[in-house]
Design a protein around this ligand. Structure first.
Ligand code: NAD
Ligand code: G3P
Length: 340
C-alpha cells in the first residue's frame, strides 16, 4: 500500500476495460485512493499485484494507489465518488446489483457513451431510474478522450456535466490532474448526446476510409455530421454551444481522425467489405456506435430530426447500402440546393 495523503478521497471505479482503467489511473494520478471493480478475479489481481491491465492497456504501468477487486461490496465500501464504465447495454443489470450498496449521497458518475436499446435512455437516465437517486447526484464525463493516449499521459481535456453545478465541480476537482483537465457545465443532455452521436459519425468516416475515399469525403461527413449532431441534441433540449465544445466537436474530431477509435475501426472494416457480423467478431472491445444507431434513429423520428448520415450508416450495417454508395452529398432531404 503506497503512502497516501490522509485527505485523499476514496473513489470507486466499476469496469476494468480500457476506459475504466484509464480513468482510474487519471483519478489515482490526481491523488485519489482508487479501488476498481473487475468482473474477472485474475484482472483484479493483475491490477493490484503487478500494476498492469495487460488485456486492455498493454505496456502501461498503473500507479500504486490504484487497486483492483472483484467484490462490489469491497469496492463500494467507503467510496466518496462512484464512477461507472461498463458497456452501455450492460449498465442496467450492473446497477441492479449495486442499488443497495452504493454509499448514500455520494456522486455517481457515468463515463459511458451510449444509449440503452429499447428505452432510448441516456446513461444518466438509466442510473437515475435504476438506483432511484436524485439527478443532482449524477454526473457525466465526456470529451476527446481516447483511452490509450491518456494512459500515456498525453494532455487532454473533458467536460463534467451535472444538473447540479456543485456536483460537477466536486467531480471535476477529483478527476483533474496535470495531464487531464476537466471543465464543467450543466448541460447533461448535450454532453451525453455529444458522446453518443460522434460515435455514429466516426463509423461513417471509417466506412469512407475503408472504401478508399480521401480527405474531402471525410471532411464533408464530419462537417455535415456536426450539423446532424447539433440538430438532434438541440431538439432534445441540449445547448448548441455544448456541441461546438469538447463533448461535441472536440470528441468528433478525435474519434473521426484516430485509428485508436473502435467506432472508426468498425466503420473501416465495413467499408472494406466485411459484414456487420464479421465486424462484431473481429472487435474485442466495445464499439458503442454499433448499438446506438437504432435507438438514435428512433429518437430522431420522434422529434422529426433529419439524420441522413446516421441513416446511411444504419443501412450499411443492415446490408442494404453498399459502403461505396455512402456519400455526404446524399445527406440532404432534397435534390434541390439547400442552405448549409
Ligand atoms: N476506450 C475509450 O477510449 C473510451 C473513452 C471514453 C469513453 N469510453 C466509453 O466507456 C465505456 C466503456 O468502454 P471501454 O472502452 O472501457 O470498453 P472495453 O471494451 O475496453 O471494456 C469493457 C469492460 O466492461 C466489461 N464488461 C463487459 N460486459 C460486461 C457486463 N455485462 N457487465 C459488466 N462488465 C462488463 C469488460 O470485461 C471490460 O472490462 C463505453 O461506453 C465507451 O464508449 C471509452
Ligand atoms: O474508441 P471509441 O470509438 O469508443 O472512442 C473513444 C472515445 O469515446 C473518444 O473520445
Amino acid at each position: 500500500m503506497p503512502n497516501l495523503d490522509a485527505d485523499a478521497p476514496r473513489v470507486a471505479v466499476l469496469g476494468a476495460g480500457s476506459w475504466g482503467t484509464t480513468f482510474a489511473k487519471i483519478l489515482a494520478d490526481g491523488g485519489a485512493d482508487v479501488v476498481m471493480w473487475a468482473r474477472r478475479r485474475e484482472v483484479a489481481q493483475e491490477i493490484t499485484e503487478t500494476h498492469r491491465n495487460s488485456g486492455y492497456l498493454p505496456g502501461i504501468n498503473l500507479p500504486g494507489n490504484l487497486r483492483g477487486h472483484d467484490s462490489l461490496e469491497h469496492v463500494l465500501a467507503g467510496a466518496e465518488q462512484v464512477y461507472l464504465s461498463v458497456p452501455s447495454q450492460s449498465l442496467r443489470a450492473n446497477l441492479a446489483s449495486i442499488r443497495d450498496i452504493v454509499p448514500a449521497d455520494v456522486p455517481v458518475v457515468s463515463l459511458m457513451k451510449g444509449v440503452e436499446k429499447g428505452s432510448g435512455l441516456r446513461m444518466s437516465e438509466v442510473i437515475r431510474d435504476e438506483l432511484r437517486i436524485d439527478e443532482e447526484r449524477i454526473a457525466v464525463v465526456s470529451g476527446p478522450n481516447l483511452a490509450l493516449e491518456i494512459a500515456k499521459r498525453q494532455p487532454t481535456a473533458a467536460v463534467v456535466s451535472s444538473a447540479h453545478r456543485d456536483t460537477a465541480v466536486a467531480v471535476a476537482q477529483v478527476a483533474s490532474n496535470e495531464y487531464f483537465r476537466c471543465f464543467v457545465n450543466t448541460d447533461v443532455v448535450g454532453t451525453e448526446f455529444g458522446g453518443v452521436l460522434k460515435n455514429l459519425i466516426a463509423v461513417a468516416v471509417g466506412i469512407a476510409d475503408g472504401v478508399g475515399y480521401g480527405e474531402n469525403t471525410k471532411a464533408s461527413i464530419i462537417t455535415r455530421g456536426l450539423v446532424e449532431i447539433t440538430d438532434f441534441a438541440v431538439a432534445f433540449g441540449g445547448r448548441s454551444e455544448t456541441m461546438t465544445g469538447l463533448a461535441g466537436l472536440g470528441d468528433l474530431i478525435a474519434t473521426c481522425e484516430s485509428p485508436l477509435s473502435r467506432n472508426n475501426t468498425a466503420g473501416r472494416l465495413l467499408g472494406q467489405g466485411y459484414a456487420f457480423a464479421q465486424v462484431i467478431a473481429q472487435m474485442n472491445q466495445t464499439a458503442e456506435g454499433l448499438s446506438s444507431v437504432g435507438p438514435i434513429l428512433e429518437l430522431a423520428s420522434t422529434k422529426g430530426v433529419s439524420m441522413p448520415i446516421v441513416a446511411q450508416v444504419a443501412r450499411v450495417l443492415e446490408g442494404t447500402l453498399d459502403p461505396r454508395e455512402l456519400a455526404p452529398h446524399l445527406a440532404t432531404d432534397s435534390d434541390e440546393p439547400q442552405g448549409e
